[in-house]
Design a binder for this molecule. Structure first.
Ligand code: FAD
Length: 506
């Protein structure tokens, strides 16, 4: 029997959307289902670094670090609106790792591979401007090295958008509730969580990219045995008002052997994270604990001149890392690399499950998934994503300011901050979003902080936004600026738009 789809991808996080995009670009027919919002789980709760992971060198994860380091510039080139380089300052702490060890680690980090554009490591003085600002006086020496930043949730949405533009079907708020092998194909039941309706589809191959739910999905929904195990490790971040004026990030060594980042965030804030806590419980209700807030405040206060206290915290977010369980004693030591497990294939329809993985390595992971599935899928081409821009990312990595200037030239009614925000989120697609607007009134109702109706409608129609939370915390970060009343107005507006569309379709 011919299946409805060549490939069904379960999970709309970074791994699922990355795999769906790559597969549809190779000519497969693809359906992706996500039970919540795109990036609604772990993929919007990361530290948002495209990094090799300096710390992983201590666990001899050279392969992972090399693979990840190479991806930094690949992803920056593919999406220069949502990804950009960052310089990190690593202060030397006299009671922790010796300076020679830090220098050695950074030497490897610089030379393991893939660094063409990013500047190399250098030693810096911390007792003079600009870095003395914000730091305690007792830190005199440190090292400055490069990594990149990415808006994780937007990276997910742009992968989904590109997949859809190439022909994939993307269904959000749709849960895969059962999948059975039946006459040489997968027979799958999907539940539309908005309407409660079930829909049956068939697929030749399933990719299980359900993140923290991967094992539950495999045994409970697909009914297969899994040899690999998952280790759930919660990580949380706090956001506080901005602590230093320069644009560098700090990487602080902590007494327990962990590191904590303090990163300039959304202009007015500093993002501090993360924690590593083994997680058990309800994956739908993941939140920061008081102990984690205290831990992050103490870790940052060890270095920052003005102590960080729980009362400073304006927002928090938490996520659960779906790590491959390599039997490590400590959560912080569990491998961050991924394992791909294939069930079936030759004699029965295949299901491939993704255990672990990082935002940074999602593109390579997708390539390896599809390499494993190549015998079972009708691909018309091979690897292609390394040089293909994501939507809105078709400009040079050093041309962001030019893009903002060009947008302002085409739309003179935009202020600098508004044009910068739109270019950061949508890149060259900001023009498509603004369309024929000739003044602010053409953008419709304003919900606060330059969030206008036209942008919200774009997010509903082009980016699967269905609630105010989707818009305020994942498609944008305006949740940090809008108050509860404005968010409620936005929710009501979105509900009205969706009801209108359903009415028109009926
Ligand atoms: C605190 C923290 C910090 C991190 N920092 C970084 C970092 O700086 N850099 C980096 O590279 N990585 C980082 N990571 C790792 C990275 O965020 C994760 O590895 C990655 O997001 C996992 O993506 P995923 O697609 O596998 O899972 P998820 O994003 O969780 O996606 C899985 C999706 O599957 C859906 N799903 C589950 N079951 C079903 C079903 N039955 N039907 C339909 N849908 C279903 C879920 O709703 C979910 O959206 C961090 C992780 C954490 C927690």
């Amino acid at each position: 029997m011919a299946a409805d789809y060549d490939l069904l991808v379960i999970g709309g996080g970074i791994n699922g959307t990355g795999i769906a995009r790559d597969a549809v670009g190779r000519g497969a027919s693809v359906l992706l289902v996500e039970m919540g919002d795109l990036a609604g789980a772990t993929s919007s709760a990361s530290t948002k670094l495209i990094h090799g992971g300096l710390r992983y060198l201590e666990y001899y994860e050279f392969n992972l670090v090399r693979k990840a380091l190479k991806e930094r510039e690949v992803l920056w080139r593919a999406a220069p609106h949502i990804a950009w380089p960052l310089r990190f300052i690593l202060p030397h702490h006299k009671d922790l790792r010796p300076a020679w060890l830090l220098r050695l680690g950074l030497f490897f980090y610089d030379h393991l591979g893939g660094r063409e554009l990013l500047p190399a490591t250098k030693t810096v003085r911390l007792d003079r401007p600009p870095f003395c600002q914000g730091l305690k006086k007792l830190f005199r020496k440190g090292f400055e090295y490069s990594d990149c930043w990415v808006d994780d949730a937007r990276l997910v949405v742009l992968n989904a958008r590109d997949a859809a533009d190439r022909g994939a079907e993307i269904l959000t708020r749709t849960k895969c509730v059962s999948a059975r092998r039946d006459g040489g194909v997968w027979s799958v039941v999907l539940k539309d969580l908005a309407t409660g309706e079930d829909r049956k589809v068939t697929a030749d191959v399933i990719v299980n990219a359900a993140g923290p739910w991967v094992a539950e999905m495999l045994s409970g929904v697909v009914g297969a045995n899994n040899a690999s195990r998952i280790r759930l490790v919660k990580g949380s971040h706090i956001i506080v008002p901005r602590r230093f004026e320069h644009d560098r990030c700090f990487i602080f060594q902590n007494g327990d052997g962990r590191i904590v980042f303090a990163i300039p965030y959304e202009g007015d804030f500093t993002l501090i994270g993360t924690t590593d806590v083994d997680f058990e419980g309800d994956l739908e209700k993941v939140g920061i604990s008081g102990a984690e807030i205290d831990y992050l405040c103490e870790a940052a206060s060890e270095y920052l001149e003005e102590p960080v206290i729980p009362e400073d915290v304006v927002h928090t977010y938490s996520g659960v890392r779906p790590l491959y369980d390599d039997g490590a004693k400590d959560a912080k030591a569990a491998t961050r690399d991924y394992v791909l497990e294939l069930d079936g294939g030759e004699d029965a329809p295949a299901v491939l499950s993704v255990f672990g993985g990082k935002i940074t390595t999602y593109r390579k992971l997708a390539e390896q998934v599809l390499q494993k599935l190549e015998p079972f899928l009708p691909f018309k081409r091979g690897v292609w994503t390394a040089y293909a821009p994501l939507p809105g990312g078709d400009f040079r990595v050093d041309a962001f300011a030019d893009e903002v200037a060009r947008l302002r030239a085409d739309y003179p009614f935009l202020g600098e901050a508004f044009a910068t925000r739109l270019t950061r989120l949508y890149g060259t697609d900001a023009r498509l979003l603004l369309g024929d607007a000739t003044d602010l009134a053409d953008l419709g109702r304003c919900f606060g902080h330059d969030l206008y109706e036209r942008e919200v409608v774009w997010l509903i129609d082009r980016e699967w936004a269905r609630t105010a939370d989707d818009v305020l915390w994942r498609r944008t970060k305006l949740g940090l600026r809008l108050d509860a009343g404005q968010a409620a107005d936005l929710d009501a507006f979105i509900a009205g738009c969706l009801a209108e569309r359903t009415g028109a379709a009926a």
